[in-house]
Design a protein around this ligand. Structure first.
Ligand code: ADP
Length: 267
């Protein structure tokens, strides 16, 4: 079997460790922007190319039987074409289309009755008015690791913020942030890992500390359990999903966002 990872970062490296017992009949390749990625030296081949480039993803995928994404910003048209040609792709490209766009993802959460912070979609920040603030501005596409997320509390901060099609989200009073990792295997068996708790860096918007399993009050555990069921019902394919959750100071659990893969909030 020819297995391809897009891309070859720390998450792919950890998946490789889990794959060691299976490697005897597997050829493992990686597509990454750098020949010096964390998978270097551990796989049969590193192909240097951009994951957002149609040609790079398609040419790489043609020589794979199974493609695993450790990163969601991958050219979706190339993945759809590869899938149409019989390649197995985790996550499923139809799910990835929704998840890649934070606006579509928020609408998907609402359509599936999954609790999430109030929001609206804007084409540019000119559509955001002062009475809406404070709010959290999130670029619809290409934002990750805090890059496309900005809390805006005043008109001055709005002026300084990025300008792009965005989700304008109500500012949540967060008591704690949690993550839930869910999966479904090729036989349709679903599974979930213990809930983990995160502490965030207040300015960088990046995870600072993780504790697992989280200590949860029964009312919180029940809400997370229900959200897990809803997400597994909404995504019917084989795959893994990392669900980022907020516990509000009022005791409600909201989904912040879903990543279609393993996640540094859960390893
Ligand atoms: P990224 O896609 O960059 O990971 P997130 O949407 O996960 O962006 O946001 C990063 C962090 O920003 C969250 O974990 C949280 O700490 C903070 N944040 C995001 N949305 C809100 C919100 N609506 N209210 C308050 N804080 C938020």
């Amino acid at each position: 079997m020819r297995l391809g990872f897009i891309t070859g970062g720390q998450l792919a490296r950890m998946m490789l460790q889990a794959l060691v017992p299976l490697r005897h009949d597997m050829r493992v390749r990686v597509l990454d922007g750098s020949a010096e990625c964390p998978c270097t030296g551990l796989v049969d081949e590193i192909v240097v190319g951009k994951s957002t480039d149609f040609g790079a993803v398609y040419e790489f995928g043609k020589d794979c039987d199974v493609i695993i994404l450790e990163f969601e910003h991958v050219n979706i048209e190339a993945l759809e074409r590869l899938q149409a040609e019989g390649k197995r792709i985790l996550c499923h490209p139809a799910d990835l289309r929704i998840i890649q766009d934070k606006g579509l993802q928020k609408q998907f959460l609402v359509e599936n009755h999954i609790p999430t912070a109030e929001f609206r979609l804007v084409q540019s920040k000119a559509e955001v008015s002062e009475p809406e603030l404070p709010a959290v501005l999130k670029t619809r596409t290409q934002g990750y690791d805090g890059g496309g997320v900005r809390k805006v509390t005043s008109a001055t901060e709005l002026d300084a913020a990025f300008d792009a099609p965005s989700v304008v989200e109500a500012c949540v009073d967060i008591a704690t942030e949690y993550s839930l990792i869910l999966g479904r295997d090729a036989q349709g068996q679903t599974f979930r890992y213990p809930v983990a708790e995160q502490e965030f860096h207040p300015d960088a918007h990046l995870v600072h500390f993780i504790a697992a399993p989280a200590e949860l009050k029964p009312a919180v555990a029940e809400q997370i359990e229900r959200i897990g069921d809803q997400i597994l019902a909404a995504f019917a394919e084989t795959g893994m999903w990392a669900v980022e959750l907020f516990l509000t100071t009022g005791g409600a659990v909201l989904v912040n966002e879903i990543a279609p893969r393993v996640h540094n909030r859960g390893h």
